[in-house]
Design a protein around this ligand. Structure first.
Ligand code: AP5
Ligand code: MG
Length: 194
């Protein structure tokens, strides 16, 4: 199964992804994690991405798409992938569809994790990642509403969008996530295998 996880910063995408990839035995592809690793290793991509991440803006599409293009060819992605924080705009979504189509694959489900801005601000206030300072969180939220939210219409139009509330405990949210995945799998999105 190939799932796209969409939600504002701090919605809990990373937290829920860890559990979901274990449950479904699929690969976890987080562009945020990949970019942070590149930044830490000071690769060319990492150095180029740095200023955008620090400002809460999207890293240029071509950099992100190059990272993803390389990653999805690795064997662990053959059984399925949970895309966490990617795509981040409609252009990236179109490119992802094209990359998958070349391999006769497609996205089975887009999972929206809905959390309001106040909760995002509260959750990120105490975490301490370099981009969690209030000014950058405000910019990340702005980026989300302006550039990432339109993806929901993109996937809704294909009839593959499921929305899950991201408030409550991590266990409560995970139960909702599993319910949404089961619902979608029941409609023909192959679960686990493929
Ligand atoms: P990325 O790493 O993707 O960050 P993000 O989506 O903005 O936000 P987070 O990862 O902080 O949130 P999350 O939803 O994963 O929540 P988490 O589980 O961590 O992107 C970072 C930057 O990289 C971007 O700004 C951009 O510059 C760049 N980038 C990445 N992908 C890109 C792309 N495709 N294109 C261009 N640029 C890209 O949880 C957050 C906190 O809340 C944690 O402390 C957690 O413990 C807590 N928490 C989780 N669930 C709950 C709960 N139910 N109740 C209470 N607390 C909870
Ligand atoms: Mg994350």
């Amino acid at each position: 199964m190939r799932i796209v996880f969409v939600g504002p910063p701090g919605a809990g995408k990373g937290t829920q992804s860890q559990r979901l990839v274990e449950r479904l035995a699929i690969a976890h592809l987080s562009t945020g994690d990949m970019l942070r690793e590149a930044r830490q290793k000071q690769t060319k991509v990492g150095r180029l991405a740095e200023e955008y991440m620090a400002a809460g803006k999207l890293v240029p599409d071509e950099l992100v798409l190059a990272l993803v293009g390389e990653r999805i060819t690795s064997p662990d992605c053959a059984r399925g992938v949970l895309f966490d924080g990617f795509p981040r705009n409609v252009k990236q979504a179109e490119e992802l569809d094209a990359m998958l189509a070349e391999r006769r694959m497609a996205i089975d489900m887009a999972l929206e994790l809905a959390v309001d801005d106040e909760e995002v601000i509260r959750r990120l206030a105490g975490r301490g990642r370099p981009d969690d300072e209030p000014r950058v969180v405000a910019e990340r939220l702005k980026t989300y509403w302006g550039q990432t939210r339109p993806l929901l219409d993109y996937y809704r139009g294909r009839g593959i969008l499921e929305t899950v509330r991201g408030d409550g405990t991590i266990d409560q949210v995970f139960a909702r996530v599993l319910k949404a995945v089961d619902k979608r799998a029941g409609r023909g999105g192959a679960r686990g295998s493929e």
